[in-house]
Write a protein that binds this ligand. Structure first.
Ligand code: NDP
Length: 295
């Protein structure tokens, strides 16, 4: 059993981030500049709809200008590109986000490339991916890995020299997080291993982590025996599992077997209430940054 387990509350850290942003937004507004975020939803995927609603509500809560565009599932690639181009040219909009996943006939990568990189607050445009790789602070970093890094910093976890194992190699989480950890400066300077479905001796690799970040979308995949005493565990996973005891018939769990891993860890994030709230807070933060950087 590890002494003094810290439960890293994403809910609490997100409140801190949002509190700081409110001050900055007030200062920008006093100078006649209100940061604006446009969120584009194509089709009627219920999960996407609820994410878009949450983003819109958060904008309103902290004083951002929010534009919610709901387009029918029949929207063509060309029509969507034109919407993005209009938003690129709109001076009241500093951040643009096209909610993923779009309907299958839409080429998502082409939509991202149509976006002005200076408004790509999701950090998916190749220019921003490149800026992250070369350590250019004017770029935008994807919100979830940025939120994970902020959680580590706020929890006082030393990343310099630590062995970070990133489980998962998506462009959304794993790869950008690995780059953040490799970066020089606060919250970086780690030695990084990226593990995935083709990693040999996966369990041994996980066990060697000082800081283990799990983002694979497999409920409770990381077990107590995969984690060494005193490791720090960040659980990005959000998975629905059946639970007849709940009203909805399901509940959310992470990629980490929390109940059994927590007693061995020095610090761990819960699901829900861990990485999730940070993702939306960092989206707000990227939008404010985009406004700050706009000429
Ligand atoms: P992807 O499906 O894009 O990527 C999953 C990654 O996990 C891949 O690299 C895959 O390997 C790897 N993987 C899958 N199964 C295994 C396995 N059994 N062993 C080893 N590696 C495996 O997922 P995302 O990165 O988009 O999301 C991951 C999780 O994080 C999901 O649960 C998602 O819901 C959650 N999430 C949470 C967010 C939040 O705000 N909290 C935001 C974004 C995502 P390979 O590449 O070899 O196929």
């Amino acid at each position: 059993m590890s002494d003094g387990l810290t439960i890293i509350s994403g809910t609490a850290v997100a409140e801190t981030v949002l509190g700081e942003l409110r001050h900055e937004i007030d200062a920008l507004r006093a100078r006649g500049r209100t940061p604006g975020l446009a969120v584009v939803l194509v089709g009627d995927n219920p999960a996407s709809r609820s994410y878009v609603r949450a983003k819109d509500r958060m904008c309103q809560k902290i004083g951002l200008h929010s534009l919610k565009l709901e387009l029918p599932a029949t929207t063509t690639q060309q029509e969507l590109v034109e919407v993005v181009q209009r938003l690129n040219a709109d001076p009241a909009i500093h951040g643009i986000l096209v909610q993923s996943p779009p309907p299958p006939h839409i080429d998502e990568a082409a939509i991202i490339r149509a976006m002005d990189p200076a408004k790509d607050v999701d950090g998916f445009h190749p220019v921003n991916v490149g800026k992250l790789a070369i350590g250019d602070p004017t770029g935008f970093v994807p919100c979830t890995p940025l939120g994970c890094q902020r959680l580590l910093v706020e929890a006082g976890v030393e990343t310099a020299g630590a062995h970070v194992v990133m489980l998962g190699r998506s462009m959304l989480v794993g790869k950008p997080f690995a780059l953040l950890m490799l970066g020089k400066g606060k919250g970086g300077n780690a030695t990084v291993t990226v593990a995935h479905s083709r990693t040999r001796n996966l369990r041994e690799t996980l066990l060697s982590a000082d800081i283990l970040v799990a983002a694979i979308g497999q409920p409770r995949f990381v077990k107590a025996e995969d984690v060494h005493e005193g490791a720090v565990v960040i659980d990005v996973g959000i998975n629905q599992i059946e639970d007849p005891a709940t009203e909805k018939g399901y509940r959310l769990v992470g990629d980490v077997d929390y109940a059994n891993v927590a007693p061995k860890a020095a610090a761990i994030t819960p699901v829900p209430g861990g990485v999730g709230p940070m993702t939306i807070a960092m989206l707000m933060s990227n939008t404010v940054k985009a406004c700050r950087l706009a000429a």
